[in-house]
Structures are given as C-alpha cells and as structure tokens.
Ligand binder design. Structure first.
Ligand code: GLN
Length: 191
C-alpha cells in the first residue's frame, strides 16, 4: 500500500495524522523532500500560511512537491493555510507559496468579528451535510477553467478540486466526520 503524508512544518498536522491513521492509512510526517518518496497523497494542514510557505521554501519542499505532482504520482490537499499555500494567487499578500492550483484566495476573508464559526455545508459528492469548522479562513475568490467547485458557504467557494488537487477553506480534521479524509485516501492513495 502507498503511504499518505502530512506536511509537518507548522500547524495542526497531528489532527490530520490521527484521522488518517484511524482510517487505517500509513501516515508519514513530511519535513524534507526525501520524505515524499513513494507517497500517493500529501495533506497540508491549517496554521499560518506565511510560516508554512517560508519553511517549505527553505527546505526545498515546494520544488519537490511540484515535481511529484507533475509526475502524476502525488495528490495534494491543502486545508485552510494549506489551501492558501497551494493557490496560484494570494490577494494582497506577498509570501512564498507553492502556487500549483489554478485558484485565487483571500486570506482571513470572513471578517474579524467572526474569526471562527461552524457551518453545515452541502458538499458535491457527499450525500449528507458536512459540519465544517472555519478558523480565520480564506475564501477562494476565483477558480480557473479546470477547477470544480464542490462547496460554497453563502455563495463563497470553500472547497475546490482540480485534477489531483484539493483546496478546502475549512478544517475537516477537527470534527469526527472523516468522510473527506476517506475519499482522499480511496481516490488517490489506496491501491
Ligand atoms: N489565517 C491563516 C492564514 O492566513 C489560516 C488560518 C488557518 O489555517 N486556520 O494563513
């Protein structure tokens, strides 16, 4: 079986790791390019996208993740800060990022008064609503042609999929609902 990785530079990667392990996956913490060897998927956690971006660039991880994705062997799922890291364009900020996904994001897009909130989302492909936790979440403000929108919150895109790339503005690892982790494993990692 292939492994799944969690980018373990900063942020709440432990919660993702636990959820993936509970689903029976073999999970590897990724801190260096060599740790990508043999991975079918990589989950990039929430946290601080500026910090994640700087550390990833320093360790040569953006080039390595891009190469593995382009080779067709790696799926990448960015959650919250991880989604920001994956976006081609980040509005109003200049920060090192991976930029492989054809989306534009706005950081902290849901306003100061409501830094964090929860909402039940209709997600394309799931047959019942998904309880989503938003923490200083970004909004996906533009999606390119090959990008499928899988969920919106009040008309704003919060889950996009493009080829083997997923971007979710919310934190799917903080509730007991493991349906998205399960789908990611089944589609991109299992074999
Ligand atoms: N606000 C953070 C950022 O812009 C993301 C927050 C999160 O990952 N929960 O990097």
């Amino acid at each position: 079986a292939k492994h799944v990785g969690v980018l373990a530079l900063q942020g709440d990667f432990r919660e993702h790791k636990l959820m993936l392990e509970r689903l029976g996956a073999r999970v590897r913490e990724v801190r260096l390019p060599a740790h990508l060897e043999g991975l079918g998927g990589l989950v990039v956690p929430g946290g601080e996208s500026t910090t994640i971006g700087k550390l990833a660039a320093e360790y040569g991880l953006d080039a390595a993740v891009r190469a593995a994705y382009e080779a067709g062997t790696l799926a990448v799922w960015g959650t919250c800060a991880g989604a920001i890291w994956m976006a081609r364009e980040i509005l109003d900020y200049r920060q090192p990022h991976l930029g492989i996904m054809d989306i534009a994001v706005r950081r902290n897009a849901f306003g100061r008064q409501v830094d964090s909130f929860e909402a039940d989302l209709e997600i394309e492909g799931l047959d019942a609503p998904f309880r989503a936790v938003f923490i200083r979440a970004p909004e996906i403000v533009r999606v390119g042609e090959g990008v499928r929108v899988r969920a919106r919150y009040q008309d704003r895109v919060v889950f996009a999929e493009q080829d083997r790339l997923w971007a979710t503005a919310f934190h799917p690892e903080l509730t007991g609902d493991d349906r998205l982790h399960r789908e990611f494993l089944e589609r991109f990692v299992a074999s």
